[in-house]
Design a protein around this ligand. Structure first.
Ligand SMILES: C[S@@+](CC[C@H](N)C(=O)[O-])C[C@H]1O[C@@H](n2cnc3c(N)ncnc32)[C@H](O)[C@@H]1O
Length: 336
């Protein structure tokens, strides 16, 4: 595996103390453990219908949009949403020259293609976050919402996110907060076995994790992602309140609490805006749809910049693996 140290930053030592260490970003090769990390597979799921459409979550959806609008630049070159699902939030990326939706689920991405496939700015990529098939430093803006919640190996995923941003990028990452008010009350009343104050992640259902804000802050720091802002979001995730106040109004009230809620998060959802000041500068990468192969990284061997060999096929110049575009989705998960 080819490794390159691209920055020297502060990384944690066992016991929580910090000192100057080298952060090693793998720019070639793939994480040999990646295939063994379990993934929450949404292939074939009815996520949109089962979780969002008419499911009483209009408030959460509105609050997340407001948080994203506060934290991400409205305009830019290339934005990618990692774990974008069916593209619920894609309308927010209107000001970007290129929009890359990455997800593990091909079927969810095909739904996104149905909504956004006619827009030439969009690129749909099936891939695993642990072998993220985008070249180093490719993104001006990175968004990840409701995905950390499913990640069994957060440090491995964050290394990949850190790799694909450059020195001037903005990354907006959401995670589920285990130290939320409801969990604290339930724990205080002995209705919940796990302590919300314990920094370790809690897997309350298989491949569903909540995280302590201090633990997450340490993981971000360990990979060289510097948190600039933090917001507490969805303070009113209680049906008694949601039934009484209109979703848009409730989201606006939530917005007043975002910043204060970020200082000591008690909301179930936390958004952070991070950057990577130690990363390399922005690489010269065209947003022209005709140059899309140059954006891709081989998920088999890690060579960066694939070669388009047919309208629906790219090839790795390193290991000669072919990957296909099917139903509008570039499938970089598996050779095709
Ligand atoms: C709860 S959904 C959220 C979708 C979208 N971000 C939203 O907020 O509507 C979680 C998404 O993460 C994706 N996902 C989970 N593990 C992944 C992985 N290892 N690599 C890429 N995507 C993953 C799933 O396929 C799913 O679409």
């Amino acid at each position: 595996m080819h490794q390159q140290i691209v920055s020297r930053e502060t990384a944690p030592r066992p016991g929580g103390a910090y000192n100057e260490q080298e952060v090693v970003i793998v720019t070639g090769g793939v994480n040999p453990q990646a295939a063994n990390i379990p993934v929450m597979d949404y292939e074939g799921s009815q996520y949109r219908a089962d979780f969002w459409l008419g499911q009483g979550r209009a408030y959460e959806d509105a609050a997340e949009r407001l948080a994203l609008q506060q934290l991400m630049p409205a305009h830019g070159g290339r934005i990618a949403e990692i774990g974008a699902g069916f593209g619920r939030l894609a309308a927010l990326y209107d000001g970007y020259a290129q929009v890359v939706l990455v997800d593990y689920s091909r079927t969810l991405l095909q739904e996104a293609v149905r909504d956004w496939g006619d827009d030439p700015r969009f690129v749909f990529v099936a891939g695993n976050i642990y072998t993220l098939p985008l070249v180093t430093g490719a993104l001006d803006t990175l968004v990840m919402v409701r995905v950390m919640h499913h990640l069994a190996d957060v440090p491995a995923a964050l290394l990949q996110l850190r790799r694909v941003v450059h020195r001037h990028s903005v990354a907006v990452l959401e995670y589920a907060n285990k130290r939320n008010l409801k969990a604290l009350v339930r724990w205080g009343l002995r209705r919940q076995a796990w302590s919300p104050l314990d920094p370790a992640p809690v897997e309350f259902v298989k491949l569903n994790y909540d995280f302590h804000p201090d633990w997450m802050a340490a993981q971000l720091q360990a990979v060289g992602l510097e948190v600039n802002r933090r917001l507490g979001v969805s303070h009113f995730r209680l049906s008694a309140i949601k039934q009484r106040v209109a979703p848009a109004r409730l989201a606006q009230i939530d917005r007043w609490l975002f910043a204060a809620g970020g200082a000591y998060p008690l909301a179930p959802s936390v958004f952070v805006q991070a950057s990577a000041p130690g990363a390399l500068g922005r690489p010269a990468l065209s947003t022209d749809p005709a140059a899309v192969a140059s954006l891709f990284r081989c998920a088999q061997c890690g060579v960066e910049g694939l070669v388009q060999v047919a309208e629906d096929r790219v090839q790795c110049p390193g290991c000669a693996t072919h990957f296909r575009k099917q139903d509008g989705v570039w499938d970089l998960k598996e050779p095709g």
